[in-house]
Design a protein around this ligand. Structure first.
Ligand code: ZN
Length: 226
């Protein structure tokens, strides 16, 4: 058994579940998982159908994007995944999707304010829009690294899709679901053209403090691996 087998299996399993739930389609999007205790991550291969994917198809790269394991071409967004792990010590899993409702907000440049307690508890104070740059470029990577310093766990990529983080893949995948539910509700609310109410500020801050508490714990347990 290889040192990365468990990471690869987790990626394949999470990808299948996200396809089954409709958040990932065919080959769109990508996901990755940090390798504990070393500067490396497992990431889905480029342009390969999730339903055909086997653990051996998953690539393992170091933070310089050197391939440590895997025969296939890694995702074109691998540099973005590596940069997120370097910028955010609390993040161990990254899921990028083209999920429909969050993508709709990506087209009207509408960040999601604090609408629900659960949203802030797991995604952050708001879901911000990361400015557009073409996929796989250093420009997009730069825009992302700048934005993720606000410690949120979900973002919308302008004219592109969504980006969700977690301390593990299960959490990141769950955050994808929370984001889509919020995006759908927010869009419907906007369509009424009535005022959209937000949760009270003190409640928002309490919920966000709980998220930050989780993140600090994840940072510490990551540091213990190094
Ligand atoms: Zn994409």
């Amino acid at each position: 058994m290889g040192a990365f087998d468990d990471y690869k299996r987790q990626i394949v399993e999470a990808a299948r579940q996200l396809v089954a739930k409709g958040y990932l389609m065919a080959t769109g999007g990508n996901l990755s998982l940090r390798v504990a205790g070393r500067p490396a991550f497992a990431v889905t291969p480029s342009n390969y159908d999730y339903l055909l994917m086997q653990p051996d198809d998953v690539c393992v790269l170091d933070f310089d994007l050197k391939v440590l394991e895997g025969e296939r071409k890694p995702s074109v967004e691998s540099a973005m995944h590596g940069a997120i792990y370097q910028a955010r010590a609390d993040v161990n899993a990254v899921v990028h999707t083209h999920q429909v409702f969050a993508s709709a907000l990506a087209l009207i440049n509408a960040p999601i304010p604090a609408l629900f307690d659960e949203q802030v508890r797991f995604l952050g104070r708001s879901v911000e829009i990361i400015p557009y740059a073409p996929s796989g470029t250093g420009f997009l990577k730069g825009n992302i690294v700048k934005c993720v310093k606000n410690h949120h766990n979900a973002y919308i990529l302008q004219n592109h899709g969504a980006l969700c983080f977690g301390e593990d893949l299960e959490r990141a995948a769950h955050n994808v679901e929370i984001l889509e539910k919020c995006a759908q509700a927010y869009l419907l609310a906007l369509c009424t053209e009535r005022e959209v109410s937000r949760i009270p500020l003190p409640v928002r801050e309490i919920a966000f403090a709980k998220l930050r508490g989780d993140q600090k714990k994840a940072e510490k347990s990551g540091a213990a691996h190094d």
